[in-house]
Design a protein around this ligand. Structure first.
Ligand code: SAH
Length: 366
């Protein structure tokens, strides 16, 4: 008997669109490597960087000193943009908040701040956050995913492209948007290497600040990188008990361990560290607490940055009154602590510290 022909079952396959890697994810050495593997001269990496970060082209086609073949290969393998701008909202004080959509539908926020000393961009490192600080909006929906290096770099490129329209430049970067940068350490380091490169956006290390909630092993690792980058630690409380009430991460890494790591950092790099301290009425803002804080950080090469806490609707923390903020500042000064009060920017568009949040899908964005 003849065998019946077996026909493959036809299934309606919903093809997922093939996502290309962002070209902005590649460090110069990685781009050189890719070029070599693809039969091209490694020096082309410098030219490509020039097009990406200096001329800031929007298509591979425009990279006119590259062969047509290479431009086609780049086009086939990489995406020149993986962020699309959903919302660009400007505050009364000139701050601009961007809502960018990622290729998989998640969206993130990035903030451009205008200061008299220049333009600063606050970048996001994760979709959401798993640190769980009780006063922060970024952590409300938990962590969805880490950002890739290119998705962090592109935030700066996109903001720079907006500034190109008015002939201005991004002069500094703060890694203080949504997410915990030390929880996405490798992507953060690649981001730093790419924007710091002199053929890249060439933003000097001293113009970059990274802030952590206090992931102790990563602080040691970061200290050993020996970078000239400004380093900030979110402290928010003068003792273990108070800190773990505000920041669950304090259960994993005790305040003494955190300060030990910070001391290691200051010794290893010779640089001072900045402690961020959000003032919440009745929680952590009395003069006694200021004195306790001064004792805690005594002998550490540091500076305290007081942040009047910003409003997050889901949370019931209340900002410390102006007079109490000044009293807190005075108490620290009297004990010889370097202290500043952070000037608030962009609160009217919910773009201030702790107010940024990730969105799950485009259709949730209003
Ligand atoms: N995950 C990093 C970067 C976060 S954002 C970190 O924790 O340091 C930068 C600063 O904003 C942190 O010091 C954070 O604690 C602070 N912050 C969070 N929510 C805030 C709020 N509602 N008001 C003021 N500052 C807030």
């Amino acid at each position: 008997m003849e065998e019946a022909e077996v026909k493959p079952v036809r299934r309606e396959k919903k093809e997922k669109p093939q996502l290309k890697e962002s070209i902005y994810s590649l460090r110069p050495d990685e781009l050189q490597e890719w070029l070599k593997e693809n039969g091209e001269k490694p020096f082309r990496a410098g030219q490509i960087y020039e097009w990406l970060y200096n001329k800031r082209v929007k298509t591979f086609e425009e990279m006119s000193n590259l062969s047509k073949g290479l431009r086609e290969k780049l086009e086939e393998n990489f995406a020149l943009t993986t962020l699309s701008t959903l919302i660009k909202q400007e505050s009364k004080d000139g701050t601009i908040k961007f809502l960018f959509q990622l290729q998989d539908g998640y969206s993130i926020e990035t903030v451009l701040m205008r200061h008299d000393y220049g333009n600063s961009v606050c970048v996001t490192t994760q979709v959401g956050c798993r640190i769980g600080c009780t006063f922060c909006a970024s952590t409300l929906g938990g962590l969805k995913r880490h950002l890739l290096a290119g998705e962090i770099v592109e935030q700066v490129v996109k903001v720079q492209q907006t500034l190109d329209e008015v002939g201005e430049r991004v002069s500094s970067i703060v890694i203080m948007g949504i997410g915990e940068p030390f929880d996405n350490y490798d992507a953060m380091m690649n981001f730093l290497k790419i924007i710091n490169n002199d053929k890249g956006l060439n933003i000097g290390a001293r113009h970059i600040t990274v802030s952590t909630s206090g992931i102790v092993p990563k602080i040691y690792q970061f200290a050993d990188e020996q970078l000239q980058i400004n380093f900030a630690v979110s402290l928010h409380a003068p003792n273990q008990e108070a800190r773990q009430k505000l920041m669950p991460i304090a259960r994993a890494y005790k305040i003494e361990e955190l300060l030990e790591a910070v001391r290691y950092y200051t010794k290893k790099t010779g640089r001072r560290v900045s402690f961020e301290y959000g003032l919440m009425s009745g929680e952590n803002d009395s003069v006694e607490i200021a004195n306790e804080l001064a004792d805690l950080i005594k002998g550490i090469k540091c500076h305290v940055n007081l942040i009047p806490i910003n409003y997050v609707p889901e949370r019931d923390y209340v900002r410390t009154s102006r007079s109490s903020i000044f009293a807190f500042e005075r108490a620290l000064k009297e004990r010889g602590v370097n202290v500043t009060i952070r000037r608030e920017q962009g609160a009217d568009i919910a773009a201030a510290c702790g107010q940024l949040r990730a969105q799950e899908r485009q259709d949730e964005v209003r």
